[in-house]
Design a protein around this ligand. Structure first.
Ligand SMILES: Cc1ncc(COP(=O)(O)O)c(C=O)c1O
Length: 425
């Protein structure tokens, strides 16, 4: 059977940045930097082992044994006598006072701009938050289409904000669309954040990857936004080591401190600062964070010169973007030219296979049916665009698929051969 060409996952298919491996100074096995299929098994095993470890936690074991044996319990760290009166009185007042909402769940509402990076939704829901979906709308006409043609409806965004809304997630440049928000658009979002006192989570992991002369702007730099913005970055996306899962966050002290506490308790390890305190960057993998810090320090010395890795990677990625757009357009797809990120969204309407199984009466989105058809019939793996939307806005996305273009020239050539034959059989 012919091999399936994978243009779906968002990991660049090259060696990690050279400056990183030098930074790590420990002979990295390059192939291990890339997301692997076995990751899910590893993850399940890790979770199982964590559950087992917790069951075997000496504190829990001894506490259980103390109860079973009627032991004098000097084990656990709590005073076994009455608490301070002030505090119990305050509790009583809180329980009987007028603020009855203190007795109820309060779930923070968080706005996700669609298309969204899929883990956002799950992460929010696991923590009891309610995602509120606000889609970007395509204003596409004519043949030349760009990710810039997908825009926010300002009124719709503002209408989505209620008393319970706490935050907006802004992914800029935006996976999977490749949209890079311009100053006017960022100002619209910033004004809504300020007016309604919202926190902005600015996921800027693709900040270095913009094309066609488009510049990325940090929303945190707009007036009034630093105090309410957490900006996220990723070594994986910056230095092409997507398996490292090392990142950083920047923001004002009052927000970063909360994250540090959260991180500390979730990872039972001291947060590590990858650079000076100024950048407040945290993660758990010490040698990898050291490598990221060293790589940045080296990179900063040559930034904006042709030797800069960030410059050469961006240039190479742009060339690959242009190639894949051409292959897609030649085969009857319509590429929405991305201004950033790793991906192209392509309109499948006029490509063979688009109407495949359309009449089938299932709830599956058309683009998902198409992707399943393409992987079997064309040996090409692409991602349905609709997985990045809520069900209620699926109709905006069903005629597109996502393809990752940061692949070796060899892989892109194989994809080209498939596209060249697309309508011939
Ligand atoms: C938009 C976005 N945010 C965050 C991440 C996570 O980055 P990392 O894998 O480096 O943690 C990704 C990875 O694909 C992404 O696309």
């Amino acid at each position: 059977m012919a091999a399936v060409i994978r243009n779906d996952l968002g990991s660049a298919q090259y060696y990690g940045a050279e400056c990183l491996s030098k930074g790590a100074n420990k002979g990295i096995n390059h192939t291990r930097n890339i997301h692997e299929d076995e990751m899910s098994t590893t993850h399940i095993n890790a979770t199982k082992s964590l559950i087992q470890q917790m069951a075997e936690d000496p504190m829990l074991v001894l506490d259980r044994m103390a109860f079973q044996n009627g032991a004098v319990d000097l084990g656990l760290g709590f005073p076994n006598f009455k608490p301070e009166k002030k505090i119990t009185e305050a509790l009583s007042e809180a329980a009987t006072g007028n603020d009855y909402m203190l007795h109820h769940y309060t779930r923070p509402y968080v706005i996700l701009l669609e298309p969204f990076y899929t883990p956002y939704k799950d992460m929010l829901m696991i923590r009891g938050a309610v995602p509120v979906f606000v889609p970007l709308h395509p204003c596409l006409d004519g043949d030349k289409q760009s990710s810039a043609d997908w825009v926010i409806d300002k009124a719709q965004l503002e209408n989505a904000v209620t008393q319970r809304t706490k935050a907006i997630f802004l992914n800029n440049p935006m996976n999977p669309l490749g949209k890079v928000f311009d100053r006017e658009e960022l100002l619209d979002i910033a004004n809504i954040c300020i007016k309604h006192d919202l926190t902005c989570v600015a996921d800027e992991v693709y900040q270095w990857l913009t094309y066609g002369g488009k510049h990325h702007m940090h929303i945190a730099k707009l007036p009034g936004m630093w105090q309410r913005t957490i900006t996220l970055g990723s070594a994986g996306k910056t230095f092409n080591v997507t398996g490292w899962k090392v990142g950083w966050c920047l923001g004002p002290k009052h927000l970063i401190q909360v994250l540090q506490n959260y991180h500390f308790f979730c990872h039972s390890d001291q947060p590590q600062y990858t650079t000076s305190k100024k950048t407040q960057s945290i993660n758990t993998e010490k040698s990898e964070s050291e490598a990221v810090a060293v790589a940045f320090e080296k990179e900063m010395l040559i930034l904006n010169t042709p030797d800069s890795y960030l410059h050469t990677f961006r240039k190479m990625a742009e060339e690959k973007r242009n190639k894949l757009c051409k292959y897609l357009n030649n085969a009857g797809f319509k590429a929405i030219v991305p201004e950033g990120c790793f991906y192209i969204i392509a309109d499948i309407t006029n490509a063979q296979g688009a109407l495949m199984n359309k009449s089938e009466n299932t709830d599956e989105a058309l683009d998902y049916k198409f992707a399943k058809w393409a992987v079997v019939e064309k040996k090409l793996c692409v991602m349905p665009f609709s997985i990045f939307f809520s069900k209620q806005h699926r109709h905006l996305s069903e005629k597109y698929v996502r393809l990752c273009f940061v692949k070796t020239d060899e892989t892109l050539k194989k994809a080209k051969d498939i596209f060249d034959q697309w309508n011939k059989n």
